[in-house]
Write a protein that binds this ligand. Structure first.
Ligand code: ZN
Length: 90
């Protein structure tokens, strides 16, 4: 993963958690966004970008606001998975 994207998403998430701003889960290539949305829609019934904007987990639909550390927070902006669902994958 591109270091720049990671830094930018962390900045976005810091702003969001501090000031209740919406996140913009963006990738450089629009094709990846579309692919991930279609994938999550077919597997979980929810689009990834939609879920991240609403601060919910793409998999379980629960609010995704509390994370153990920055790594999980970053991962959420990429995968849309909350802490619990990330834990269940590892
Ligand atoms: Zn979840």
């Amino acid at each position: 993963m591109d270091e720049d994207i990671v830094k930018r998403t962390v900045k976005i998430s810091e702003r969001r958690w501090g000031g209740q701003q919406m996140a913009e889960p963006k990738f450089k290539e629009p094709g990846i966004e579309k692919f991930l949305d279609q994938f999550s829609l077919s597997v979980y019934g929810r689009a990834r970008t939609e879920s991240i904007r609403k601060d919910i987990c793409v998999k379980c639909g629960e609010p995704a606001k509390e994370f153990a550390d920055e790594g999980y927070q970053k991962e959420y902006l990429v995968s849309g998975l909350c802490q619990v669902c990330q834990d269940s994958l590892s």
